[in-house]
Design a binder for this molecule. Structure first.
Ligand code: UFG
Length: 330
């Protein structure tokens, strides 16, 4: 019999790629999303989309009551670092109370597996590169703090209720799934690769380079970009790992390779054949100079290695943005 997976936040960018992969691998997929930032059109291949808020217990009773759920993958969260600094309570409410609400329903309905969408922002300013899971966690913004708080909640729920978990700390997710016709559509958009794509499309006059005086090879920040389809595959491996072993864990999801802002723009120029004007602007507050993942643990324990490099990430992002210049809006 097909396994049923609940994807909370399945209408969002990473969540929708998860739904498409689960459907492709013959899982029965249920999506819960309040469509606050997600898009109905992004949900492809799900058995059912429940529209509602994960903090609403009556809503969760409907979702858990109507389906025999084997595992939960939780993407439902707010994820704008800048906004989290302006409005931390929104983040504690959505991300922490939201996770608490889902875990309470899982406990009540006897669902024992959770894959949780965490972030590299749990580390804050890293002690060393590449970053390993055991390194110091000291978030520099409420977004990272709320994700770290949920990781703590998961640890105690595992001990108390036997809910096993994998907390996956993403580095910089990018790319799209051209076959499924889904991609990144945030409003407002703040991430580098989609903004570079919008510049290539002529929707922006230039891409701002936030600072060129960092201690890096070309003075611009270095990040570890990971294809969203590789991320989705890691979630599935994590779910299968929990099923097989019942062993909880925290895993970095990154490529292990860093690229600078200038290198991203250069790659995008080659892929798109467009000029992509760039202008150096002041630093953006709170940006660490380098974030690169060690992905050794995910490789050793989950058997995960990313298959897609930067060229494919940028090419797939370009396919999505050039085919959907207004995102899901047309
Ligand atoms: N950048 C620019 N110009 C832009 C946008 C971004 O130069 O217009 C730079 C940033 O300064 C940064 C790099 O491009 O150095 C990447 O920035 P993003 O905003 O795309 O991504 P971040 O690394 O800031 O954020 C990512 C995730 C967050 C997560 C964070 C962890 O998107 O969810 O990593 O540190 F919290």
């Amino acid at each position: 019999m097909k396994k049923t997976v609940l994807v909370a936040g399945g209408a969002g960018y990473i969540g929708s790629h998860m739904v498409a992969l689960l459907a492709e691998r013959d899982y029965h997929v249920i999506v819960a999303d309040n469509l606050c930032t997600g898009h109905r059109e992004a949900v492809k291949g799900a058995g059912k989309l429940y529209v509602g808020d994960i903090r609403d217990r009556a809503f969760l009773d409907r979702v858990f009551g109507e389906n025999q759920i084997d595992g939960v993958i939780n993407f439902a969260a707010c994820s704008l670092v800048g906004e989290s600094v302006q409005d931390p309570l929104k983040y504690y409410g959505n991300n922490v109370a939201g996770a608490q609400s889902i875990l309470t329903a899982m406990k009540d309905y006897g669902v024992k597996k959770m894959v949780f969408s965490s972030t590299a922002a749990t580390y804050g300013e890293p002690e060393k590169q590449p970053i390993e899971e055991g390194d110091r966690t000291d978030p520099t913004n409420p977004y990272g703090a709320t994700k770290l708080a949920v990781e703590g909640m998961l640890k105690w729920c595992d001990r108390a209720y036997g809910i096993h978990y994998a907390a996956l700390r993403y580095f910089n997710a990018a790319g799209s799934n051209p076959e499924a016709g889904i991609g990144e559509d945030h409003d407002p958009e703040s991430h580098l690769i989609p903004l570079v794509m919008k510049t290539a499309l002529g929707q922006r006059e230039h891409i701002g380079i936030f600072g060129e005086d960092y201690p890096t090879r070309d003075g611009t920040c270095i990040r570890d970009y990971i294809h969203v389809r590789d991320l989705a595959e890691a979630h599935l491996l994590a779910l299968e790992h929990l099923e097989k072993t019942g062993e909880s864990g925290i895993f970095n999801l990154g490529s292990g390779t860093g690229y600078s802002v200038r290198e991203i723009i250069e790659t995008a120029r080659k892929v798109t054949g467009k000029e992509i004007p760039a202008k150096v602007e002041p630093r953006r507050g709170g940006d660490p100079s380098i974030l690169i993942a060690s992905n050794q643990k995910a490789a050793a324990v989950l058997g995960w290695t990313p298959k897609r490099g930067l060229g494919e990430i940028v090419a797939d992002a370009w396919t999505w943005h050039s085919g959907h210049p207004n995102g899901y809006g047309g």
